[in-house]
Ligand binder design. Structure first.
Ligand code: ATP
Ligand code: MG
Length: 453
């Protein structure tokens, strides 16, 4: 299982191992955050193997700024803890050490075994669909490399000789800008379907193309996403859409048939409306805006993101209720309830209230009086709701005079506001069709909370 922790150089005899010496790669110590470097040296001094691995190595080699630095070692979790005073062990499925250094956390993982690749190791539990349930087996550096997801994520930088250790052809893939799943993609996605989302996320972030089999298996196995817990799907969704590359990620998710498993109702609406329809236009713009905010270091909230992701189905559900004669306010309320209840991926409660407010404030922009406009302007969620109104405007859902009036109002100085408030845009400037339909039919009140057809 775990070989002696006290030999520091990895075996150079493994077939396929490529060692890229310091002179032949672009990763220098100055690019590694100093807490990570300190952890590497401390482990080395304690006679353990210590490597930088994962996104830290990959991103630096690509000239990007890494989000975090992960360390892999042959020291067991308990040994890591004994080496650092500022260290906590976390995780149940697999024990990881978190080393705390002045506000930074360096994740230190013991080399993991190859059990997942289907050898007869009894410590690995696989469910009937081939998903790894438990694989807390430690192993060698080489085994650790093979159990990682993509070749470019399995490059190891050593502080022993400053070389990069590559067992899986990651350096070549990095040069060719190809994202390739290690091993058989069908097996590896079944083991952990989250890898499908990671494939799209890294392809979008790095601007890499998906290797043919990595892509083919992805599209074939998209349905496995249904097996992932909602909590993990939510975490991954944030990485997908709040990672600074949401526009491209969203396009790839749809292209590979994954989006429909995360947001089925939204995907269905997009298909009904077509590629030029309002829902896709709104979402594309929401993604572009999100990426821009992140690029400018402005805050982004899951509430706004999820409000946008579910808006298409809400718009449809509102229309259906209006056509059935439900009064507008109730139609709107019922629709948001119904759509939210059917979403497989939802933010935690603390984001759901603001998400609902963003939805529910929308009708108040479209038909207003000076008094109601004043109240809306002072609403704590006004700014988010107004930004959302602009998104809807971009999708052609809100009449231009209404957008212009609210934009003027919210940028106006206090003394100009009074005059503006006297010129509220006419409600007739809103979407005409539903209003006409509503007038023809006698409104029929549905009891609160009654099921809708
Ligand atoms: P970033 O941090 O920029 O999102 P990363 O590659 O560092 O990218 P992490 O989620 O931090 O991604 O994971 C660190 C490393 O752990 C990965 O590079 C990969 O080698 C391995 N890894 C993470 N998740 C999986 C997984 N589901 N299956 C196999 N290996 C994984
Ligand atoms: Mg990382």
């Amino acid at each position: 299982m775990h070989d002696s922790p006290h030999h520091t150089a990895p075996s150079a005899t493994s077939p396929g191992l490529v060692i890229v010496p310091r002179a032949e790669h672009a990763l220098s110590r100055s690019q590694i955050a100093s807490p990570a470097l300190k952890v590497l040296y401390r482990l080395k001094t304690a006679n353990y193997q210590a490597f930088l691995v994962g996104g830290g190595v990959r991103d630096v080699l690509l000239g990007l700024r890494p989000k975090d630095f992960d360390v892999a070692t042959d020291a067991l979790p308990e040994q890591v803890r004994a080496t650092f005073s500022n260290c906590r062990l976390i995780g149940r499925r697999f024990r990881l050490a978190h080393v705390h250094f002045g506000g930074h956390i360096i994740e230190v993982a013991t080399f993991r075994g190859a059990g997942a690749e289907g050898d007869s190791d009894g410590d690995v539990l696989v469910d009937e669909r081939g998903r790894v349930l438990r694989d807390n087996v430690y192993g060698s550096l080489e085994e650790d490399a093979w159990r990682r997801d993509f070749t470019v994520n399995a490059l190891y930088y050593s502080v022993e000789d400053f070389a990069i250790y590559d067992y899986v052809g990651g350096m070549a893939d990095l040069r060719n800008r190809v994202l390739r799943l290690i091993g058989d993609p069908w097996t590896r996605y079944r083991e952990d379907p989250v890898r499908m989302l990671r494939a799209v996320r890294f392809a979008a972030k790095l601007g890499f193309s998906l290797e043919a089999r990595t892509a083919a298996a992805l599209t074939e196995l998209a349905g496995l996403l249904a097996d992932i817990s909602p909590a993990r799907l939510y975490d991954e969704s944030l990485k997908l859409f709040l990672g600074g590359h949401a526009a491209q990620t969203f396009t790839l998710l749809r292209e590979h048939g994954l989006f429909g498993y995360l947001f089925p109702a939204t995907e269905a609406v997009i298909r009904r409306e077509g590629e030029q329809g309002p829902t896709l236009r709104l979402l594309n713009q929401a993604m572009v805006n999100t990426d821009q905010r992140i690029a400018e270091d402005k805050p982004v909230t899951p509430a706004f993101l999820f409000a946008a992701l579910a808006w298409g189905p809400i718009r449809e559900a509102v229309s259906a209720r209006l056509e059935a004669g439900v009064p507008p306010a109730q139609a709107h309320f019922d629709a948001t309830e119904a759509v939210e209840a059917a979403m497989p991926v939802l933010p935690p409660r603390r984001f759901r209230a603001p998400m609902q407010e963003i939805w529910r404030l929308q009708p108040r922009f479209e038909s207003t009086t000076p008094k109601r406009a004043t109240v809306l302007l002072a609403h704590p969620r006004f700014r988010a709701a107004y930004d959302f109104l602009l998104l809807r405007g971009h999708a052609g859902e809100v009449a231009e005079p209404i957008l212009a009036w609210w934009t003027e109002l919210q940028t106006a100085a206090a003394e100009e506001r009074e005059a503006l408030l006297q010129k509220t845009p006419q409600a007739s400037a809103t979407e005409a069709p539903s209003r006409r339909r509503r007038r023809r039919r006698a409104p029929r009140r549905r009891p609160e909370g009654a099921p809708t057809p």
